[in-house]
Design a protein around this ligand. Structure first.
Ligand code: NAP
Length: 305
């Protein structure tokens, strides 16, 4: 059995690739290790995806994208991909549960939250340290929490956390935020959000549960301790591309390099979404990448038949 298209990853890029490939009548499977939806499932609102009603929860949109791909014929398989091999006419996608022979591959594995890398972080993960506000915010009803980072994720999730927490303190390593202007405006206007600028967390402390953080001001060198119940870390993401290392060309951070048709350094292997080296990582650009990758896979197959 040789599939036409094997898609790895069930976020917006993979699901859109599935929709386009199966709608083009290509025999398509999508391999996903968790529930489909990807990182979007860890956020609540999607303000910047065109045509979405304000009160539409982001995970619901992902459910609809999944259903749409499935309705056109994409088969979703639960497995974790660990390697890839190229045999010219066909490729083999190696999973923990099985091997999948295919004419083309679309890598759409996205990215995952980066760790802060300070003492206490791993020990207190799930015990007050979190990387997902949507998943964990309601544990912090009327409590004080810290958000680390100054990008879109940090500020968006800080605003979301104010629905639950008593106070949200954003600790950022510089004195200006990286997040989009509209998010900055909302955060500065929110009375529940405080900022600690030019500062980094050096340690997360707690006996079985988060109790405080040690903060160092980068400008003055002053070290202080702040009591808190939770630490939400949003300091960027890393691509999920380890299984393809040495197989396709990547940049120094592990983002996969493609041409404008999403084709990687290996013919017939494409990459789409956040895992790709690109300028703008958003749901809309991930979905667009998925559409292009599927159309390019269709063309690749047609030219060889
Ligand atoms: P990001 O844009 O890379 O921001 C990471 C933030 O963490 C930056 O403010 C950075 O500081 C800080 N940081 C990095 N390493 C740190 C460290 N070791 N200690 C302390 N602070 C550290 O990452 P993101 O916010 O997770 O977003 C990832 C991608 O998804 C971005 O492309 C983003 O635009 C996109 N995204 C978009 C939306 C949206 O459009 N609604 C929502 C979420 C995410 P510096 O600023 O000093 O570098």
């Amino acid at each position: 059995m040789v599939y036409d298209v094997v898609i790895i990853g069930g976020g917006p890029a993979g699901l859109t690739a599935g929709l386009y490939a199966s709608r083009a009548k290509l025999n398509t499977i999508l391999i996903e290790k968790d529930r489909s939806g990807g990182q979007v499932n860890t956020t609540e609102e999607l303000e910047n995806y065109p045509g979405i009603p304000e009160d539409q929860p982001a995970p619901e949109l992902m459910e609809r994208m999944t259903q749409q791909a499935v309705n056109f014929g994409t088969k979703i398989i639960r497995d974790e991909v660990v390697g890839l091999e190229d045999f010219g006419d066909y490729k083999v996608v190696k999973g923990k549960e099985g091997e999948y022979k295919t004419k083309t591959v679309i890598i759409a594995t996205g990215a995952q939250p980066r760790l802060l890398g300070v003492p206490g972080e791993l020990e207190l993960r799930g015990k007050g340290v979190s990387y997902c506000a949507t998943c964990d915010a309601d544990f912090f009803q009327d409590l004080d929490v810290i958000v680390v980072g100054g990008g879109n994720s940090a500020i968006e999730e800080a605003i979301y956390l104010t629905r639950f927490a008593n106070k949200v303190t954003v600790i950022h390593r510089r004195d200006t935020l990286r997040a989009a202007g509209i998010l900055q405006e909302k955060a500065f206007a929110n009375e529940k959000i405080d900022f600690i600028w030019d500062s980094v967390i050096e340690e997360i402390k707690g006996d079985g549960i988060v109790e405080s953080v040690v903060i160092r001001n980068k400008k003055t060198g002053e070290v202080s301790e702040l009591e808190t119940n939770g630490v939400f870390i949003f300091v960027g993401t890393d691509p999920i591309s380890g299984f393809a290392r040495g197989f396709v060309e990547m940049d120094e951070k592990g983002y996969i390099i493609t041409d404008e048709n999403m084709e990687t350094s290996v013919k017939g292997v494409f990459a789409a979404g956040d895992v790709r080296k690109k300028f703008l990582r958003q749901v809309i650009t991930a979905a667009a990448d998925g559409a292009v990758a599927a159309a390019a896979a269709e063309k690749y197959i047609a030219e060889r038949e």
